[in-house]
Design a protein around this ligand. Structure first.
Ligand code: PLP
Length: 435
């Protein structure tokens, strides 16, 4: 029974910390995603693939900062480049600098972008990408994917993981934004459904600036595109003069050397990047074709930010680009594939109603015997077992992401024997579930 307890017996300091933090920070956390029931485990330090919580427990980190810590915690190359910046470059100039130009040139090459701009967060990058699409097309409305999450920008708060009974065909309510300033300009379509997209574009195509989507959805565990789906979306966007924005905040470097779009062979007009590109420092970017990014050059839209391209995060980005070679990412992916194979064997052996899904160095177990193709399928999976499986891991020192909508990440610091711990833990969970 201890396996299913909500970790309170072993984490009194985390409980105390949350009570103290709640007096200064709403809910005691610095992002609403950090709040768990009854309180989140507070982390004192991290190194490599490991976390140490304030109770002194060591946890194997498979969340890795929602995927941002692809290079591992306190990666020595990141530390040395950032230390060098701190010792001899500076932290903020608010003027152009070769340090930011160098990183822009590296990202240009890696991601095949004509032009890009840096921001601090995925949310900002999405906001500016939508602004760029509106400026370029001179249209206001956008289309997003039902259930999809793209950060906190108002326009993209429509249909973010709604309860099943709240799902509407289009212009769904905005539950978390006090004034739905964007209502009426956001259309919602299910993922993997070209028919609905075709209909909306047929009806409203001339008002629509962009389709905004994760090419592979990584906010509903992992949902992969049907064969030909992304190419179909690309073709429909072209037909209607609508820009395609791929949100690669999560897929970025974790889907492969240059993101999911390169891996899957479909090129968007604009892409948003964050998380893994910064090695744990707050770096994000948006960019795309020269023709579209021209809107920033000729003043059809503005883009600002005091901290954009600052030397500290640029140093980290340079390190990430050096570290994340094809070889390093392939090695992590090989470990991920071996892990998934082992988990699949256990699912088969114990006849569990589950299956694995993977992309690059990320993987997840989805508690449904059949593939998940969209948000409605995802909501029909067994969240009760998913929650038990998460608690099982946390109580045994393995931290997979708490939101159940996330996935594990094999960072460059993870070794096969650490992933073997996940596998043996899962075998014991399977035995417990079947007993
Ligand atoms: N887009 C996607 C797909 C995300 O998963 C997230 C964050 O999880 C964001 C955008 C927002 O990024 P940030 O938290 O850096 O604002």
């Amino acid at each position: 029974a201890a396996e299913w307890d909500r970790f309170t017996a072993d984490t009194p300091e985390s409980g105390d910390h949350n009570r103290r933090a709640s007096k200064s920070l709403p809910l005691g956390v610095t992002s609403s995603f950090q709040h768990w029931d009854p309180y989140p485990i507070s982390i004192a330090s991290a190194r490599g693939a490991w976390l140490t919580d304030v109770d002194g427990r060591r946890l194997l980190d498979l969340s890795m900062g929602f995927g941002a810590m692809l290079v591992g915690h306190l990666n020595p190359t990141i530390v040395s480049y950032v230390e060098e910046a701190l010792q001899s470059v500076g932290t903020l100039f608010v003027t152009p600098s070769p340090v930011s130009t160098e990183v822009a040139e590296r990202f240009q090459r890696r991601f095949g972008l004509d032009m890009l701009r840096f921001t601090q967060s995925g949310t900002e990058s999405l906001m500016y990408a939508v602004r760029a699409a509106r400026a370029y097309t001179e249209r206001k409305a956008i289309i997003k994917i039902e259930g999809g999450y793209h950060g906190g920008y108002d326009a993209l708060q429509v249909s973010v993981k709604p309860a099943l009974e709240d799902i509407g065909p289009a212009e769904a309510p905005i539950p978390d934004v006090p004034f739905d300033v964007e209502a009426g300009t956001v259309h919602v379509v299910p993922y993997n459904n070209l028919e609905r997209l075709t209909e909306i574009l047929h009806e409203h195509g001339r008002e629509i600036a962009a389709v905004v989507m994760e090419p592979v959805i990584e906010n509903l565990a992992i949902v992969v595109p049907d064969e030909g789906y992304l190419a179909g979306v690309r073709a429909l966007c072209d037909e209607h003069g609508v820009l395609l924005i791929f949100d690669e905040v999560k897929t970025g470097l974790t889907a492969g050397y240059a993101g999911a779009s390169q891996r899957l062979g479909v090129k968007p007009d604009l892409v948003t990047l964050a998380k893994s590109i910064g090695g744990g420092l707050p770096l994000a970017a948006f960019g795309g074709t020269e023709e579209v990014m021209q809107v920033v050059v000729d003043g059809r839209m503005a883009h600002f930010g005091t901290y954009n391209g600052n030397p500290l995060v640029m140093a980290a980005a340079r390190a990430v680009d050096d570290i994340c070679t094809h070889e390093a990412l392939d090695a992590a992916e090989t470990i991920n594939v071996a892990t998934l194979d082992a988990v699949d064997e256990i699912i088969t052996e114990f006849e569990l109603p589950a299956h694995t899904v993977a992309l690059g160095v990320k993987g997840c177990i989805t508690w449904s015997p059949t593939p998940v193709r969209n948000y409605r399928d995802y909501k029909a999976t067994d969240f009760g077992v998913a929650e038990l499986s998460w608690l099982w891991g946390v109580n045994r020192g393995i931290l997979t992401p708490p939101g159940l909508d996330e996935q594990w990440l094999v960072s460059l610091a993870h070794k096969q024997d650490q992933m073997d711990v996940l596998v043996s833990d899962f075998r014991e969970l399977a035995q417990a579930l079947r007993s």
